[in-house]
Design a protein around this ligand. Structure first.
Ligand SMILES: CC(C)(COP(=O)(O)OP(=O)(O)OC[C@H]1O[C@@H](n2cnc3c(N)ncnc32)[C@H](O)[C@@H]1OP(=O)(O)O)[C@@H](O)C(=O)NCCC(=O)NCCS
Length: 204
């Protein structure tokens, strides 16, 4: 099982911040997914997908029971992680599927790992016991990421499914998410202000 303290460590990134994505930020998510280079886009969706399918995916993500995290630099979204709860099966642990997208220029800088830690925290606080990550067999970074989080793997010709166990929720894991939520609301409000106010009124 994943070490609980690892799941609760804040993301330490040289620049930028990780926070929950709010429904109003759907367009930022679409723009981010459309900015993925062709290989990353293929790896993220496990095949070729149209721009329209990406837009529909973002709408479903932001309006359903899934959750999304974003990595922002100067108010712009450059990476995301998604948590999609899976239907409950009798006698099986509650589970969710995780998916990650980091734009090429930001890959290999620890952002995927930081998103994974935060996603485990969200799963933990929702009583989700297992996290699944589905990826193509040649996706070395994703495999490293899953190995790092002690995943078990099942492999076939077309895809690998990594399964991670999430720790139980604690008062600290709930508190940490709450603090992140407060930060997310303030931060998105500042980002909105930056985008909508005329330059003379932005205070910088
Ligand atoms: C897969 C992905 C999410 C990883 O995110 P990232 O920010 O690039 O990864 P990190 O910098 O946090 O590194 C994660 C691990 O991969 C390793 N890694 C990074 N780049 C690598 C590379 N090019 N080749 C091999 N390993 C690599 C790191 O050393 C690290 O390993 P560790 O956990 O053992 O230390 C990102 O590359 C991505 O979005 N790819 C396109 C979409 C995709 O493949 N999504 C996954 C399917 S849903």
């Amino acid at each position: 099982m994943l070490d609980a303290s690892a799941a609760q460590r804040p993301a330490r990134l040289a620049e930028g911040e990780i926070r929950k994505l709010l429904p109003a930020e759907r367009q930022s998510l679409v723009d981010h997914l459309l900015r993925l280079d062709p290989l990353s886009r293929f790896m993220r969706f496990g095949g070729v997908v149209s721009d329209a399918a990406i837009a529909r995916h973002a709408t479903r993500l932001m309006t359903g029971d899934a959750m999304a995290l974003g990595y922002f630099v100067d108010g712009e979204l450059h990476a995301a992680a998604e948590l999609h709860p899976l239907p409950r099966r009798p006698g099986k642990p509650s589970s969710a599927e995780a998916a990650f997208s980091v734009e090429r220029a930001w890959q290999g800088k620890g952002i995927g790992s930081a998103l994974m830690r935060y996603l485990v925290l969200l799963a933990q606080n929702r009583g989700i016991e297992e996290l699944q990550v589905v990826f193509l067999p040649n996706n070395a970074p994703m495999k490293h990421l899953a190995v790092h989080h002690a995943a078990n793997f099942s492999v076939d010709d077309e895809e690998v499914i990594g399964t991670l166990k999430a720790p139980h929720a604690t008062i600290f894991s709930r508190l940490r998410e709450l603090m992140g939520d407060v930060f997310a609301v303030c931060s998105s409000a500042f980002d909105l202000q930056e985008r909508t106010l005329p330059p003379s009124m932005r205070g910088n």
